[in-house]
Design a binder for this molecule. Structure first.
Ligand SMILES: [Zn+2]
Length: 571
């Protein structure tokens, strides 16, 4: 490892291994008996290390007094070996290295190994790499600081004293254990995920929260209140119940945390399993479970929902999703990358989907197009499919407010643009064919024509961008045409700009899917709408204002790849 080479390869440092070994001999090798393995930072600092310590005072293990002046040579010189540095300084230096480099550092010599037992090093690694800001020793006094006590609450039974062992042993816990056995071990599941629940999908954010890793499921607010904040509930949590042993608990149901299991299947995929599904059952049986689910999911009772078709859809969702309560697989998703040219900031939105209720849609920009991808879905259009596509090269000029009420007038305008788009696509195809033919005719690799094509593409993209920027500050009155149904009458009455777009519709079970013409309406930075011409209905979308952790895409390509994957996996 580079770190070792740098630390050990020069000067007297070479002697450190010998000195260490000699000391080991003297002490009969009692201190460190753990065998070295290669991968985990777990064994950095070795075992042992138990003993009383002051929480605020830095305890440094393996500190060695500086060599006497006689050893230091004729003239006073700057220290050449790291071992000659004061231990406090070594703690500082080691604490600034990535936690994954520390195991190899611990193998350099026993002094390093002992210094690496200093818990402030690991506390700093927990804080800098995973954002942990709890103080272990103070935790029991102040209570577990958390956003939602419910998620972390220790099972009430514990308090009686009979089950004291179930309480996490914070007294003897060390940051080294938190780093190695919890954070490092489960680092691959941190981030944003979509559960595989057939067409319904979902949104899960796995985060480090205090000394826990928690999987929060995010749910849209109750239909049709798109502007309300997201709801969230914990699906699982992982923490150290005792030293060196992370416990996975299922949080599903209403009986508190119970035994669960997590398996990292492959890169960007993991699954959870519940080992005690009896904790999900209610004393009132399925009836009570359904009523509770309905109240949570929809905020009402079945009798409140007069619409018969909607009742069927709701019942179907309950039956389908409750099959997944014992085992779930998650696939990684990323938030869309943004660029300064985007019409608005891309991201996640809540949208109205008629009888299906509110669904989560991801808005992303791709040159002249913007895409709305379903993160949650329904039996008609499943999660992962592209629900709307916005043609940023074709802004729509809405009629005056008096004529906007007239559906046929709006319909005429949209269909005209649809015809124009069709013509342009045909021309583009022909141009492409001609280009291909001329390329085949030319024996030379055609550098010239390609350059020309690129230039033209840039031109149109710039055109679309210009339109967006010109229209951004202006606002115009907006009202839905007569006959267009909206779940929410509370939509904005002014808009900034409209574009031609298409919306995906399909029969039950995603049968005969079809892209149909529509109008994308941008209201403000956080809200947009879509008029589905053929359905004569309107969807209102409102931005999800949650700062999800570990959700950035590593690159534009990784995001595009993810989008392609979730679409192809959609049932
Ligand atoms: Zn469970």
């Amino acid at each position: 490892m580079a770190v070792c080479a740098r630390l050990c390869g020069v000067g007297p440092a070479r002697g450190c291994r010998r000195r260490g070994a000699a000391r080991e001999q003297r002490r009969g090798g009692a201190a460190d008996s753990e065998p070295d393995t290669d991968t985990d930072p777990e064994e950095a600092g070795g075992g042992g290390g138990a003993g009383e310590e002051d929480e605020d005072e830095e305890r440094i293990e393996g500190g060695r007094p500086a060599p006497p002046p006689a050893e230091a040579g004729p003239a006073a010189r700057a220290p050449l070996s790291l071992l000659e540095l004061p231990p406090e300084l070594l703690v500082q230096i080691f604490g600034s290295l990535p936690g994954t480099d520390l195991p190899s550092l611990a193998r350099v010599c026993t002094t390093f190994r002992r210094i690496l037992r200093t818990d402030t090093i690991w506390r700093r690694r927990c804080r800098e790499e995973y954002g942990v800001c709890e103080n272990l020793r103070k935790l029991e006094i102040t209570g577990v600081s958390c956003r939602d006590v419910y998620a972390k609450r220790i099972n009430p039974r514990v308090k009686s004293g009979r089950f004291m062992k179930i309480l996490p042993d914070y007294e003897h816990m060390e940051y080294r254990d938190v780093y190695t056995c919890l954070l490092h071990r489960y680092r691959h599941i941190l981030g944003l995920w979509q559960p595989d629940i057939g067409p319904y999908g979902g949104l899960l954010n796995v985060v480090v929260d205090g000394l826990f890793i928690i999987g929060w499921m995010y749910l849209p607010p109750h239909d049709p209140h798109v502007d309300d904040p997201m709801r969230f509930k914990p699906l699982f949590r992982i923490h150290l119940m005792e030293r060196k042993c992370a416990t996975v608990e299922c949080m599903y149901g209403h009986k508190g945390p119970h035994n669960g299991h997590i398996q990292i299947v492959k890169k960007d995929e993991f699954s959870t399993k519940c080992n005690q599904t009896d904790h999900h059952r209610m004393s009132g049986g399925r009836q009570e479970e359904f009523r509770t689910w309905l109240r949570e999911e929809w905020g009402r009772t079945l009798e409140d929902i007069f619409h018969e078709h909607m009742q069927e859809l709701i019942l179907m969702k309950f039956i389908y999703t409750s099959q997944y309560d014992n085992c779930l697989t998650y696939r990684r998703i990323y938030l869309p990358p943004n660029s300064p040219d985007d019409l608005i900031k891309p991201g996640l939105f809540k949208g109205t989907y008629g009888s299906h209720g509110l669904e989560i849609v991801m808005l992303s920009f791709h040159g002249k197009k913007a895409k709305g991808t379903k993160i949650t879905g329904d039996p008609n259009i499943p999660a992962g499919q592209q629900t709307v596509e916005i043609d940023l090269a074709h802004p729509l000029q809405l009629p005056d407010i008096e004529n906007l009420r007239d559906f046929s007038e709006l319909s005429r305008i949209v269909l005209e643009v649809q015809e124009q788009v069709r013509r342009e696509e045909q021309e583009e195809e022909q141009r492409q064919e001609e280009e291909d033919r001329s390329q085949q005719a030319a024996s030379q690799p055609a550098a010239q024509p390609l350059g020309g094509e690129g230039a033209k593409g840039e031109e149109t993209a710039a055109g679309a961008e210009g339109v967006a920027q010109d229209k951004a500050p202006a606002s115009q009155p907006f009202v839905l045409p007569m006959g267009v149904i909206s779940r929410n009458e509370d939509y904005p009455r002014t808009c900034r700009i409209c574009f031609y777009g298409t919306g995906l519709i399909a029969g039950h079970g995603f049968t005969s899917p079809e892209r149909t013409p529509g109008v994308f309406v941008l209201f403000d930075d956080d809200r947009f709408g879509f008029i589905w011409l053929e359905l004569k209905s309107f969807s209102l979308y409102s931005r999800i204002k949650v700062s999800f952790q570990n959700a950035e895409a590593p690159s534009r390509e990784a995001f595009d790849e993810m989008l392609k994957n979730i679409q192809s996996l959609a049932p």
